[in-house]
Design a protein around this ligand. Structure first.
Ligand code: MN
Length: 333
């Protein structure tokens, strides 16, 4: 899992949070991701949406793609498909993913890069492994996160941010043992490169085996930890959290406080650098959510309108040099 690596001794350190006097947010729930097939048939693990979407607000979906070792010809992506009303954030740890949209956005992202697409008022895009990866096969590992937009910003013009791995803000824990990559938002006053409409913090941490990671966290943000690989514990009660599991912290609004987590002393071979986790949180939007497939709006009428607009060609035109094999309004991705 290369993502972006660094010598942690050279990095800015997170503040040391004393156990006495720090309110550690409790873990409210542990959710195990479910398996789904997406796009043209690639497997994802999806910890949410689950039974209670409000816990994840302002996030709508998390798809963990891989890690998978593709055989030649096996790697798959999505056909052209529309989105409206939210943002898709794709982070690639291993391998590569190619993106193109009808608003002129696009590019190739690989180890540690992020593409941030604000669908806003609506567009179409295609997300595929590059031809070399399809031909040769190889390791692929990535994550796609959906971030909701509040009513007032659902009609924002589409926007594309190409965030290179080298632009991600790198930090280390107070003891210098763990690597924290801030992709978006801020952590202890350090800003990540992603520009977001909805205030969020999104980071990827490699917690060294046996090490503890503590993070100051805004009181008004929700907070979740998702395990990409390895074993560890979250919260003051040390709830076990394994690969493919999401720990949802409670306690926001009532208390300020901080997040604590610890990597198990012994990690599986595939995660020998440490416990690989995403930590994410944001300001809940607290508006009604009407979602159907690729559209996320506030009312059912707005969903009907989205389908009409898509079918009438008002969500962009697929480039002529890009003959679509298939379009699908009803795909999730
Ligand atoms: Mn999509």
């Amino acid at each position: 899992m290369p993502a972006v690596t660094a010598d942690t001794l050279t990095l800015d350190r997170l503040p040391k949070l004393p156990d006495a006097g720090t309110v550690w947010r409790p873990v409210a729930r542990v959710v195990t991701a479910q398996h789904f097939l997406e796009g043209e048939g690639f497997a994802v693990r999806r910890p949410f949406p689950g039974v209670d979407l409000s816990l994840a607000d302002p996030f709508l979906l998390l798809d963990h793609m891989g890690a998978v070792e593709y055989a030649p010809g096996e790697a798959k992506g999505t056909p052209w498909h529309p989105h409206r009303g939210f943002e898709t954030v794709t982070y690639i740890l291993d391998g590569a993913f190619q993106h193109r949209d009808t608003h002129g956005g696009g590019g190739l992202i690989s180890d540690g890069d992020t593409q941030w697409m604000t669908a806003g008022s609506g567009l179409q895009h295609i997300e595929q492994p590059p031809p070399e990866l399809v031909a040769r096969g190889g390791l692929f590992h990535g994550v796609q996160l959906w971030v909701n937009l509040p009513r007032a910003q659902k009609w924002s013009p589409p926007r594309y941010q190409d965030i290179r791995g080298r632009d991600v803000k790198l930090l280390t824990s107070d003891d210098g043992s763990s690597l924290v990559r801030v992709i978006a938002g801020s952590l202890a006053g350090h800003e990540g490169p992603g520009v977001t409409y909805t205030p969020i913090t999104y980071l990827h941490a490699t917690v060294a085996p046996g090490a503890r990671l503590t993070l100051p966290w805004p009181a008004e943000f929700n907070a979740m930890v998702y395990v990409l690989s390895g074993d560890g514990h979250v919260g003051p009660d040390n709830r076990p959290l394994h690969e493919g599991q999401l720990g949802v912290f409670g306690g926001h609004k009532e208390t300020a406080g901080a997040l604590t987590m610890r990597a198990a002393d012994n990690q599986p071979l595939a995660s020998r650098q440490g416990w690989e986790v995403l930590v994410l949180g944001g300001l809940p939007i607290r508006e009604p959510v009407a979602r159907y497939g690729p559209f996320v709006m506030n009312t059912r009428e707005e969903i009907v309108q989205a389908f009409e607009d898509f079918q009438a060609g008002r969500m962009g035109v697929i480039p002529a040099d890009h003959v679509p094999h298939r379009t699908a309004a009803d795909e999730t991705l």
